[in-house]
Design a protein around this ligand. Sequence first.
Ligand code: AMP
Length: 396
Amino acid sequence: MKTLNDFNFENKKALIRVDFNVPLDANFNVTDTNRIEAAKPTIIKVLEDGGSAVLMSHLGRPKGERNPNMSLKHIADKVSEIIGVQVKFVEDCVGEIAENAASALKPGEVLLLENLRYYSEETSGDQEFAKKLSKLGDIYINDAFGTAHRAHASTTIVAQYFEGHKCFGQLLAKEIDAIDKVMASGEKPVLAILGGAKVSSKITIIENILDKVDHLIVGGGMTYTFVKAKGGKVGDSICEDDKMELALEILKQAEAKGVQVHIPVDVIAADDFNNNAKTQVVDVDKIPDGWQGLDAGPRTLAIFKEVIKQSKTILWNGPVGVFEMENFAKGTISVGNSIIEATANGAFSLVGGGDSVAAVKQFGFQDKVSYVSTGGGAMLESLEGKTLPGIAAIVE
Ligand code: AMP
């Protein structure tokens, strides 16, 4: 796997696929700069070597049409401020004006191209479009993990034109490394904590992960499908009846593979899906009708804490309760705190995929775990064991 440090960018133009799909407010101010900051180390390495950088990204979903509300010109000043270099902007990402702007670039300079998705050829992975993009640089760098699961022109197809002259950016390399630590080279015991709403959306991950982990914590809404399948009473809790057989199959597979599965033993049950609902702590398999489990209970959290404390490698995907409601966030906060403690004691912890990242940010855990993934869908597909096209295109 080639990374940035395998190249010297002196007098070279790096064509960098970044993920600058950042949120903008009504006045087009960037409201979350994380993704720009995450791309900074790669850009700086190119510039410090004496090279120049051509940055390409999508923003929003313009669906193949020029849409001024989704122009990357809105973020040019913010990118300049963050990387400390005045960024030039060009109002197209291919064709004569883009090529002229790229060829006029001197060492130390940065050019930001217009939104790739103004062209439908980007998402369809069009060969000709990718070829046009490839004219804008000498070396291709993919640093956009958030789109690495898409075989788009700028994330995958363009790499064909850079044989021997392509590599991962620092951010993408860090993501790959973090996934590898959990899925392949993690110190044992390895623990996966899978929460979230539904078994159906996590099933491929569970199946893939059973071969890699020693412990599996199942939490959140998924709990009730498992509990009901084992004969428990789950009241009005979220439950996928058509997945009960699958849940039993997973438990059987886990046992055969020597994976210890930890399912909640008690829950905070509510009489409504509402922050102000009445609540009671009940055994997970004795939830009365009219009540639904919305968070893990105290005995459960004590067990989870013990398991987390003993683990050396931890993957966390999905909240263990309805953390968006304050009264049902305690379980997720407790799990987060246990992971932080384990991390401080030397464990490697990766948080990734969808809502667990939102939870980690909401509760301020992000700097205290080992790594928070920047890609929702891309992380989920990695955990499912899929090879991401954007990664394969660089490795080939
Ligand atoms: P996911 O995107 O699959 O990770 O699901 C995250 C969502 O699961 C969050 O919005 C949580 O509110 C929700 N969730 C977690 N626990 C429960 C539960 N016990 N009942 C209903 N929804 C839940």
